[in-house]
Write a protein that binds this ligand. Structure first.
Ligand code: BG6
Ligand code: GLC
Ligand code: GLC
Length: 927
């Protein structure tokens, strides 16, 4: 045996030691011991004892905390990325998915079928896969080229496996790089790791890049449901068969681990309940110097020659991308020092990458003795002696042992954290593992398991190899995402009305109108006579006072009509807000307040001493026996002042005026707002025979034939206030009401009443939206499952917001700021969902009104025995006037459901107040 030890600081000592060992015994074991000793000494820094491993574990625990906290995350080396995966598989996952697996040593396209309630071992998952090599120029090219390659491979795969390109396929995407994920289907690349260095993708959403590429390639229809890191996918794969699997580890080209963390510890994601998988990105441990005292000169050199110097320090000590290189650098150094190969060094040994991790694994196949080691060294043009081979094999062992020791320290840190989270000493947990190093290195798994168990003797740790890669897990995540998306769709669909349902609503409204006209027995649609027998004809003249109570405001108005000069009607008005305590106080207080407002208005107009004729628009259901007597049947909308129901409200106003004793009024008419609107619109357009209010409340009036009403008037027609808002109060709309509608009804001040109104009017639509959003959030489908105070607050979602949110002119950012104004913070996807919910609910409201309107106009047509009816509907109300789509959908539905009527909708200009003044004028005229 020859050894030249000429160089190096300890050569003399080693030489002596070797001679004395040889003189003691010529046994080859001793040579072995000698070489071991020499290498051990040389690499002593790589040999980590348990104390050091515990120290590293403690440092990693501190780094994990730093990464989880919102304050320190930005500066933390270990990023602790939230993954939006909230649970491990529960066996109910199912579906057929295409999958892409990018970022490991192989790029694969797969097709995965998951059957419900069958674990992987029971054959619950079927996989077909194909590996597509990524050319080097693509790995170092532009982002678009990389994703074009990916999507073309996908297309090729579909073609080869005869997968229908016309169908929409759900796609799961494993992307094994650090990404910031605001949602499951978005991933902003933080930086490349391993050997990828593709231009133009850092900071970009890779899911979107993939989507764009799929579009460019064409001929496929994909819905990308989820993007997951390989660690997460591995945990899910193994979790399908083992419910205890809450950790995933990759020891492959790169290294990383994920685990299930308590959501309240994940500062970057709102919400406190439940868990979320966090991808630690532990490869970056040490990037801020945390591991400096454990780093050797070889680690520094590997780092310096990598594509990402200073980054992924832990990964570079552990993973397959670097282990071979570490061994090469040690061997080279030792050879240069004359400690190996008689001090001879070859070009191949000097060349980066000539010793790979596969070589390391082969050299450590001890049953092959030194055969592989020799072959490998010879392939590098070296002529190793037996003890060179022993030494090099031992170098490999130290390097790969250090790797498994470091992983063990990392896992000990994660398990300790989980143990603390659960507040238990005895932890039973399974770790899912994947990656070429773990799978192909003969000693690695055993060593890793042993050290983890030694470091945490009180834990029962099971290691499970993810047999067929991570895509299975990605498909499982996608299956859950798909189920959630379909639940969301189901919710939205429950607000969709079919053509048949709309026809049924029309028919029910028609029957209710008919029933309401008959005086015997109560009816859900009251059909209240208004004692208004005709619409204005332009001959009205004089000054009138109009009062208007119906929404949140009271309006007092002075109108001056000039004969035949509709356009020159003079109007003066003042608006008074009605405080909630008045709306819901006593009747006397309410009417005293109204009298006070009228007094103020007359003061303002300087007319306190004139006894003006007045019309009173009162937008609640009243039983009238004449134009100026009106018994309030029941409050609707937000009013509930006591001692009014069952009383004549004209009297109540007269008495309040008397009590005030400041002015006098001649109240000649009380009209519903629909009737006022009809008058005011008919003043402009004599075709106007119907009026609709689509505002805080919802109601319609129309001119009915007196012969159909039990009334002995001499006129042929009378305006009927339908009070159609009561449709459904006897259960006729139960089949279209959703659970959210029922909740809104039950929590209103008049449960069970005004059901049609509650589906169609401004007072309730926002509240339905809030309920739906709340329930979606509780089910984890929105706002990341975080139920904010705002969302819990009834009434927060005013219908004006609905109108704003649905405006086509608003960009998502503006919608976001409206939501923020309400205290609702959401991602882009959340905002889109909110918009969809608003759209579904306002659309249904408009369609229901359209169906009701079709019933009304068809009745008028049939009353008149006409084949075709030309008619105008006067309309008022904030929902109609402010909502961007309500009026269009209402009109479309009316036309579709009443094809024999040509219906023109005429928005009222001056509101129903002017109509009340017109009725007062009509009444005066008749007196
Ligand atoms: C595979 C996964 O099984 O393991 C990949 O499907 C992952 O997504 C890989 O990146 C890690 O191992 P390696 O050794 O291929 O980097
Ligand atoms: C690298 C990546 C990480 C991945 C790991 C294993 O560390 O940054 O995301 O999980 O490699 O593939
Ligand atoms: C409510 C009232 C009704 C009114 C409608 C519109 O439905 O009961 O009288 O017309 O709101 O304001």
């Amino acid at each position: 045996m020859q050894t030249h030890i000429q160089k190096g600081p300890h050569s003399q000592l080693l030489h002596q030691l070797r001679s004395s060992l040889l003189s003691l015994c010529s046994d080859s074991h001793l040579i072995c011991i000698y070489n071991f000793f020499q290498v051990d000494r040389f690499l002593h820094k790589m040999r980590l004892n348990d104390e050091q491993l515990n120290d590293i574990s403690a440092r990693f625990q501190a780094e994990m905390k730093k990464g989880l906290s919102a304050e320190s995350n930005a500066a933390a080396a270990v990023k602790m990325l939230p993954t939006h995966v909230r649970s491990t598989p529960d066996g109910t996952e199912k579906g057929q998915f295409l999958a892409l697996d990018l970022g490991g040593s192989k790029f694969k396209v797969l097709q995965i079928k998951v059957r419900e309630d069958q674990g992987i071992r029971k054959g619950g998952v079927e996989i077909e896969e194909k590996t597509y090599p990524i050319p080097n120029e693509v790995l170092n090219g532009r982002g678009t080229e990389l994703f074009d390659h990916v999507s073309e491979s996908l297309k090729d795969f579909m073609h080869e496996k005869n997968i229908n390109p016309k169908k929409k396929h759900p796609l799961a995407f494993t992307f094994s790089f650090p990404c910031e994920q605001p949602t499951l289907d978005q991933g902003f690349l933080l930086e490349w790791t391993k050997d990828f260095s593709v231009r133009g993708l850092q900071g970009k959403d890779v899911v979107d890049s993939l989507r764009q590429a799929i579009k460019r390639t064409g001929g496929m229809d994909m819905e990308i449901l989820a993007m997951v890191n390989d660690t997460v996918a591995t945990m899910m794969t193994c979790g399908f068969d083992d419910k205890n699997c809450e950790v995933g580890v990759i020891i492959g080209s790169g290294t990383n681990a994920c685990y299930m963390e308590q959501l309240n510890h994940v500062d970057l994601v709102e919400g406190d309940e439940g868990q979320m998988c966090v991808s630690t990105e532990w490869g970056a441990l040490g990037d801020d110097g945390t591991l400096d005292d454990y780093i050797t000169e070889f680690d520094r050199e590997v780092d310096a020659c990598s594509i990402n110097p200073g980054k992924q320090i832990f990964e570079k000590m552990v993973s397959g991308m670097y282990l071979g290189e570490l061994v090469r650098l040690v061997v080279l150094k030792m050879a240069k020092l004359g400690l190996l190969f008689d001090g001879r060094v070859t070009n191949a040994l000097r060349t980066k990458g000539t010793i790979t991790t596969a070589h390391v694994a082969a050299m450590e196949e001890y049953k092959n003795c030194l055969g592989h080691t020799r072959e490998i060294l010879e392939s590098l043009n070296l002529s190793p002696s037996a003890d060179d081979c022993i030494a090099v094999q031992h170098i490999s062992t130290i390097v790969s042992f250090r790797s498994s020791n470091l992983v063990a320290a990392g896992l000990a840190a994660i398990l300790t954290r989980i143990q603390k989270n659960r507040n238990t000493r005895e932890l039973r947990i399974t770790i899912g593992v994947d990656g070429t190093v773990y799978k192909t290195h003969p000693q690695y798994p055993k060593r890793l398991h042993k050290v983890v168990r030694r470091l945490l003797p009180e834990c029962h740790v099971r290691f499970v190899l993810s047999e067929s890669g991570s895509s299975k897990g990605a498909a499982l995540v996608s299956a859950v995402a798909q189920r959630l998306a379909s639940r969301k769709r189901q919710t939205l669909n429950s607000f969709k009305l079919s053509w048949e349902q709309l026809q049924l609503v029309k028919a029910r409204m028609r029957a209710a109108l008919q029933a309401g006209l008959k005086t015997d027995g109560p009816s859900e649609v009251k059909m209240l006579p208004s004692f208004v027998y005709r619409t204005p004809d332009g001959s009205e003249h004089g000054k009138y006072l109009a009062l208007d109570l119906g929404g949140t405001n009271f309006r007092a108005m002075l109108v001056n009509f000039k004969k035949g000069l509709q356009q020159n009607t003079k109007l003066y008005h003042k608006i008074y807000k009605i405080p909630l305590e008045i709306m819901q106080g006593t009747g006397e207080e309410l009417f005293d307040y109204l009298a006070q407002c009228v007094g103020d208005f007359l003061d303002y107009m300087g007319m306190k001493n004139t006894r003006l004729p007045a019309g009173f628009t009162f937008s609640f259901p009243c039983e009238q026996t004449a134009l100026d007597t009106a018994t309030l049947l029941s409050w609707t909308k937000g009013f509930k002042a006591t001692n009014c129901e069952g009383h004549d409200v004209v009297d109540m106003l007269r008495e309040a005026i008397k009590r005030r004793d400041e002015f006098d009024l001649d109240i000649v008419a009380l009209v519903n707002d629909t009737v006022g609107t009809l008058m005011s619109c008919a003043y402009e357009d004599p075709q106007c025979q119907v009026a609709l209010i689509a505002g805080t409340g919802s109601n319609v009036c129309y001119m009915e034939e007196v012969k159909n009403i039990e009334n002995d008037a001499d006129f042929s027609k009378m305006c009927i206030n339908t009070e159609w808002g009561g449709l459904g109060d006897d259960g006729t709309l139960d089949d279209i009401m959703t659970s959210d509608d029922t909740e809104v009804d039950q929590n209103s001040i008049n449960p069970g009443k005004q059901r049609f109104e509650k589906l169609t009017s401004g007072m309730y639509l926002g509240e339905i939206v809030r309920r739906v959003l709340l329930n979606l959030t509780i089910r984890g489908l929105l706002f990341k499952g975080y139920v904010s105070e705002a969302l819990k607050t009834p009434g927060i979602f005013e219908t004006k917001y609905l109108s704003q949110i649905e405006s086509d002119r608003l960009a998502l950012l503006q919608v976001r700021s409206i939501l923020q104004h309400m205290g609702l913070e959401g991602t882009c996807v959340d905002i889109i969902t909110v918009k969809e919910v608003c759209g579904a609910i306002s659309r249904r409201a408009a369609q229901l009104c359209g169906a009701g309107m079709a019933a009304v106009v068809d009745k008028i047509r049939e009353n008149r025995g006409l084949d075709r009816l030309n008619i105008t509907v006067g309309v008022d109300g904030t929902l109609y006037k402010l909502h961007p789509h309500f009026s269009r959908i209402l009109q479309e539905t009316t036309r579709a459901l009443a094809p024999q009527c040509d219906v023109t909708f005429l928005p009222s200009e001056e509101g129903s107040g002017k109509g009340a003044a017109l009725i007062a004028a009509l009444a005066k005229h008749m007196q």
